[in-house]
Design a protein around this ligand. Structure first.
Ligand SMILES: [Zn+2]
Length: 442
C-alpha cells in the first residue's frame, strides 16, 4: 500500500500495523482444553518489543505456555488513581480452509490487516504496544499510573489469565480504579457529519443452568404418571418459548435514545425495533440487551427405547440484565415448575456503570480531537469480558474502549470470531492517536 492511502505521521502510527501483523502471525489459538499452543510466543513478542525501548515488564506464566505480560508506567501525580489498559493475547481457533487468506499470516491487503485476532483483540494489543513504546521513546509521562496488561486465556474463561493475575498477583493492580479494554470504542457512521462511537458500559450476566427432574424409572410398556423425560421436556418447552418482556436498563435506554436522535427518528420504548433497524449488523451486539434471554442448549435422558429413566436433564443458557437478576431467577423458577430443580453450570454477575465522570469525558475528548464528527454513546454487551469476570472483583470500573474509526459499510460485528477477520490499517492508526491523547492527558 502507498503512503498516500495511509497517511501516517508518528512512529506509533507507522509501526502499529507491523506490531499487529507480528502478533497475528503467532498462533495463540485457545481451544479451551489446554491443547493449544498457549500465549507464550505472543507474550514474548510483547516482551521483546517493550525491551527494545527499555521498558521492563513482568512475565507471569500461570501454567506452562500460558504467558501474561504486565508493566506499570509511573504517572506524574501520585495522588491520582491508576488506569488499567488490558488486552488478551489468545484468540479463538480458525479453520484455514474457510478463509480467503492464511489466518495466521498477518497479511495486509487492500488497506486491511487480515487474520485471526485482527479485531479480537490483537488490534488493541498492538495499539497498546505502539502507544506505550512512543510515550517511552519520547520521554513523556502520563498524569496517573498506567498499568498495561496483556493476558492469556480470555477466550476460555480467563483462568490462566485475568483470574490468575487478580488472584495471585493483586499487588500488580494496586491503586487501579478503572480500566479500558474490549469490546467498544468502534464507530457507527450515521452520515458524513456524524459518527457514533459505542463505548461499552454494561454487560449482561450469565446463568448456564442445568435443569434436573427425577421421576419413577420403569418399563416403557407400563403406565407411568411420573416420567422424568416428560417433566423435563415440559420445562424446557416453557422456558424456551417464554417471551421475555422488554426491560430497558439505563445504558440501553440512553443508547436507543441517542441512536434515535442521531438518525432523526422517534424512539418508542414499547417498540424499539425501528431504532434497532438503523444500526444494521451491530444489532448482533445490541439486540439481546433489551431483555433477559433463556435458550435451551442441551438435553440428556435415557439409554434404551423401552426403559423410562429415573432422571432427565437439560441445560439452558440464560443471560440476565444488570439490576434485574432476582426477577430473572424468580421467573425462571416459575417457568420450570415445582418438579424440576436447577443448578448452575456457570454463573457470572451482570455489570453496569454510569456514562459519566472524568474518564468518560476524557474518552469523548480524545475521540472528538481526532474525529470532529464523533459522538460517544454507551451500550450494553450481551456477552462478557475480563472486565466483568475478574477485574470487577478488584473494584475496577471497566469500559469497552478500543477506539476504531471504521468505514461506514463495514460489518464489524461479524469480524468477532468470524471468517476473514480483518481491521483497516487506518482504523488502528486512528486508535493509536486517540489512545495516545487519552492515556497521556487523563
Ligand atoms: Zn476478545
Amino acid at each position: 500500500m502507498t503512503s498516500a492511502e495511509t497517511p501516517a505521521t508518528t512512529p506509533a502510527e507507522n509501526e502499529v500495523a507491523e506490531l499487529c501483523t507480528e502478533l497475528i502471525s503467532v498462533d495463540s489459538s485457545n481451544y479451551g482444553d489446554g491443547s493449544g499452543p498457549g500465549e507464550r510466543a505472543a507474550a514474548e513478542v510483547v516482551m521483546a518489543r517493550l525491551a527494545e525501548v527499555g521498558i521492563e515488564a513482568t512475565y507471569i506464566e500461570s501454567a506452562p505456555g500460558r504467558g501474561n505480560v504486565i508493566t506499570r508506567v509511573e504517572g506524574t501525580d501520585p495522588s491520582l488513581p491508576a488506569l488499567l489498559v488490558h488486552g488478551h493475547l489468545d484468540v479463538v481457533p480458525a479453520n484455514a480452509a474457510d478463509w480467503s487468506v492464511d489466518p495466521f499470516a498477518g497479511e495486509i491487503r487492500d488497506g486491511y490487516i487480515w487474520g485471526r485476532g485482527a479485531v479480537d483483540m490483537k488490534d488493541m494489543d498492538a495499539m497498546m504496544l505502539a502507544v506505550l513504546r512512543q510515550l517511552t521513546r519520547d520521554g513523556r509521562r502520563p498524569r496517573r499510573d498506567l498499568v498495561f496488561a496483556w493476558v492469556a486465556d480470555e477466550e476460555a474463561g480467563g483462568v490462566y489469565g485475568a483470574k490468575h493475575l487478580t488472584k495471585h498477583h493483586p499487588e500488580l493492580f494496586e491503586g487501579v480504579t478503572e480500566s479500558i479494554s474490549e469490546v467498544g470504542g468502534y464507530s457507527l457512521e450515521v452520515d458524513p457529519s456524524l459518527r457514533l462511537y459505542l463505548i461499552e458500559t454494561a454487560q449482561k450476566g450469565l446463568a448456564w443452568m442445568r435443569l434436573l427432574s427425577d421421576g419413577t424409572a420403569g418399563h416403557g410398556s407400563m403406565l407411568n404418571s411420573d416420567n422424568a423425560v416428560t417433566e423435563i421436556a415440559r420445562a424446557v418447552a416453557r422456558i424456551g418459548a417464554h417471551e421475555w418482556p422488554i426491560t430497558l436498563t439505563p445504558t440501553v435506554r440512553t443508547f436507543l435514545t441517542e441512536v434515535a436522535a442521531a438518525f432523526g427518528i422517534p424512539f418508542d420504548e414499547n417498540d424499539p425495533a425501528p431504532v434497532l433497524d438503523k444500526i444494521g449488523p451491530l444489532v448482533r451486539f445490541v439486540g439481546a440487551t433489551l431483555s433477559h434471554t433463556t435458550n435451551p442448549t442441551q438435553l440428556d435422558a435415557g439409554y434404551k427405547s423401552n426403559v423410562i429413566p429415573g432422571r432427565a436433564s437439560a441445560v439452558v443458557d440464560g443471560r440476565f440484565l444488570p439490576g434485574h437478576e432476582d426477577e430473572f431467577f424468580k421467573t425462571v423458577d416459575e417457568l420450570i415448575g415445582p418438579n424440576v430443580r436447577r443448578e448452575f453450570v456457570h454463573h457470572d454477575i451482570a455489570l453496569e456503570t454510569s456514562f459519566d465522570g472524568a474518564l468518560v469525558e476524557s474518552m469523548i475528548a480524545a475521540l472528538k480531537a481526532e474525529d470532529p464528527t464523533a459522538r460517544a454513546v454507551p451500550y450494553c454487551m450481551s456477552g462478557g469480558t475480563d472486565n466483568k469476570t475478574f477485574f470487577a472483583d478488584l473494584g475496577v470500573r471497566g469500559f469497552g474502549f478500543v477506539p476504531l474509526r471504521l468505514p461506514g459499510d463495514m460489518d464489524f460485528a461479524s469480524m468477532f470470531h468470524g471468517v476473514d477477520e480483518r481491521v483497516p490499517v487506518e482504523a488502528l492508526q486512528f486508535g493509536v492517536r486517540v489512545l495516545d491523547r487519552l492515556l497521556l492527558n487523563y
